[in-house]
Design a protein around this ligand. Structure first.
Ligand code: UDX
Length: 444
């Protein structure tokens, strides 16, 4: 039974996976080539906001089950199972995935593998990558074909990373050898004992499961946002429409919230990478619909800017615009491909005086968008505003008192980009409430 694991790459996925493996009772070494990050993690701190993760990290640094290193030699000597958790961002020169970190980790680790260890790929990769990893491991490792590779995609959501890892909806183990799958099953036995479903596949299917899952989620969001576009021209209400179709269990209510659409470090780049890979494989027509999914998503941002502009008389020049939200979603400080910041910067480019406030993502936003102005609170952002834009549905915003904000703004106008505010309450407090995909006045 393997008990010593390494986790290569300490981003969202890697740190969470490392801490959770320690929680399951294993001894874990986390590896990253970024020395500053390793020093921070070794000190029990994480470089991003994720509820529950930091206490778990500290718990297992203190328990002695978790430590961090920058040395591949250290990791290779330690581990019986190596999890590859490095990032696969979008390439800067196109839509495909940038696999340089996957390549570097395999090329660094493989020559040091002298024992018959198990390597587990968890990064989100284009289909076919796992085959390449297996081949390189066999070519470069002194242990040769005794090194086994399995693919085990990860489905964690930011904001729920720990619970999604310790109680996932399902486990997927892809392998072209039976022994590799059996070894990873043993590692996950504590989760299987809790009744977590397991789907065993070949390598290619496991890679595709992740691309398919994220494509489906993105499609569901863009579907309801396409309905929002139709609602906008017909005077219908997308919130009521989503509720009504969502009662059908075949459709379901989750991921059917119309609004500003999806962002973040996964859905946008994963659907683009999937399309790019399909093109390489000559099956691009199968995924043509994802172009529309992406386009619908981007149109929501333009529509938000248009709606905000209409509220203040057709021009942002010289107008104060309060932007509530910077993170791509609540309970996260992640601003990668954030719809909120995209909207904020487009308005600033049109001459609006934008004041952004977010409970957690201000530091990241300041670094990435230094030209925007930042406020310390909702009230500070709203002071003197010609219009308020609600762009990330933090609980703090959903619960805020319209009268408190109403006392500081110049005009009581709010545009709800997430369909998360209580429209009737805001209107009752004297606000003009507008939202994506909803009629201008509440139905009687
Ligand atoms: C996603 C997948 O959910 C997860 O399984 C995968 O492992 C990584 O990518 P994450 O990026 O953390 O996770 O965010 P998620 O909660 O999926 O939200 C993605 C985006 O969709 C956010 O910008 C969110 O605001 C938006 N969204 C979500 C909607 O616009 N409407 C919805 O109904 C749901």
């Amino acid at each position: 039974m393997p008990t010593r694991m390494t986790v290569i790459g300490t981003g969202y996925l890697g740190v969470t996976h490392a801490a959770c493996l320690a929680e399951l009772g294993y001894h874990v070494v986390g590896l990253d080539t970024d020395e500053a990050k390793v020093a921070m993690l070794a000190d029990g701190r994480i470089p991003f906001y994720e509820p529950e993760l930091e206490p778990l990290l500290r718990k297992h640094i203190d328990s002695g089950r978790l430590r961090f290193t920058t040395s591949y030699a250290d990791a290779a000597a330690f581990g019986d199972v190596h999890f590859i958790c490095v990032g696969t961002p979008q390439r800067t020169d196109g839509p495909a995935a940038d696999l340089r970190f996957v390549h570097a980790s395999v090329e660094s680790l493989a020559p040091l593998l002298e024992r018959p260890v198990l390597v587990v790929g968890k990064s989100t990769v284009p289909v076919g990558t796992a085959r390449w990893v297996a081949d390189r491991l066999h070519e470069l490792a002194p242990a040769g074909t005794d090194v086994d590779l399995v693919w085990n995609p990860e489905f964690l959501r930011e904001g729920f990373a720990v619970q999604d890892t310790l109680r996932p909806d399902r486990l997927v183990i892809g392998s072209d050898t039976t022994s590799g799958a059996a070894r990873l099953r043993q590692v996950y036995q504590p989760l299987l004992d809790l009744g977590v479903p397991l789907v065993e596949t070949d390598l290619a299917t496991a890679e595709l499961v992740k691309a398919a899952a994220n494509s489906f989620l993105a499609t569901k969001i863009s579907f309801i946002n396409a309905m929002a576009e139709v609602c906008e021209t017909t005077g219908a209400d997308v919130v009521a429409l989503a509720e009504a179709i969502g009662y059908d269990e075949r459709i379901g209510k989750r991921f059917l919230n119309a609004g500003l659409g999806f962002g973040g470090g996964c859905l946008p780049k994963d659907i683009r990478a999937f399309m790019a890979r399909a093109e390489e494989l000559g099956v691009d027509s199968a995924l043509n619909f994802l172009k529309d999914v992406d386009a619908i998503n981007n149109r929501r941002r333009s529509r938000m800017v248009d709606l905000a502009r209409t509220q203040i008389g057709g021009c942002f020049e010289g107008c104060a615009v309060a932007v509530l939200g910077a993170a791509f979603k609540p309970d996260s400080d992640d601003i990668r491909d954030s719809p909120a910041l995209d909207v904020a910067s487009r308005i600033a480019a049109e001459g609006g005086h934008v004041q952004v406030y977010d409970p957690k993502a201000m530091d990241n936003a300041r670094i990435r968008y230094p030209d925007l102005t930042y406020a310390q609170s909702v009230v500070e952002a709203g002071a003197g505003a010609n219009v308020v834009l609600h762009l990330t549905e933090w609980r703090e915003f959903v619960a805020m008192d319209p009268d408190v904000l109403g006392a500081v703004v110049r005009h009581k106008r709010i545009v709800d980009g997430r369909n998360a505010l209580d429209a009737a309450r805001w209107r009752a407090a004297g606000w003009t409430y507008r939202a994506l995909g909803r009629p201008d006045v509440d139905p009687a």
